[in-house]
Design a protein around this ligand. Sequence first.
Ligand SMILES: [Zn+2]
Ligand SMILES: [Zn+2]
Length: 282
Amino acid sequence: MEPTDDAPRRPRPPDNHVHTHFSWDTPDSSTMLKACRRAVDLGLPAIAFTEHLDFTVWRDDDRATAEGLLDRHPAQQTPIDVEAYAAEIAEARERFPELRIWAGVEAGEPHLFGASVAEHLRRSPADRVLGSLHSLADGGRLVGVTRLLWHEPDATMRRYLAEVLDMLQSSDVFQVLAHCDFPRRYWPGGTHRYVEKDYEEEYRAVFRALAGSGRALEVNTSSPLASVDQVRWFREEGGDAVSFGSDAHQPQRVGDRFDLAVDVVEAAGFRPGRDRFDFWRR
Ligand SMILES: [Zn+2]
Ligand SMILES: [Zn+2]
């Protein structure tokens, strides 16, 4: 059979994880309008602007305070300008009516900053809230996990996955677990040396808790791509929803490697959901 030009285009998922200049680690040139243009060009149905919500100062009623955490290292994180953020979202929605545009945040260590996160969300309502773990407590401060990884990769990875489990069990503010194995991006000696299977038990405990609370697992395409095995472990533990996130910090990375990610997720037994805005479902 000859290929035809009008063959139906393969469905592409929403990009549920995109950063712009409102995130402290993202350049001024990364605007929502450029990201939306890229999403439309790729045929994505929707995009979520999930800016980093990381606290360097926090409230007395946050768990971080109760745990005696005093500061963060490094501490270059800055707050989101909520008024300017709302204005740019409104402009993007006006300029790109064909694209669904979600407001959001990527909440770092949300279980330690429950009161601070809630306060932010009252001022800046979000359609998408991602939960992320980037740091671990070390001697009274929160330390970027990459710094701990270099000394003790295996012990740090196990501690990391245990803390993700704690985060899932003690915070319900987020709908999607972002980059569940974030440290693998920075694995000493190269990402190819990371052996997923060594942590299968820990992954499964995380996925059981995630599935049990009805939340979505993110396949993050800035990280080394999740294996079919890993996504299947989630399915076997009862997982129902998979979210796709480029974690783009530059507009041209929006939707990056999504065709590959869709292949992995489908091979693990998930399909497009209720409509084109939904997560992929079992
Ligand atoms: Zn992140
Ligand atoms: Zn991110």
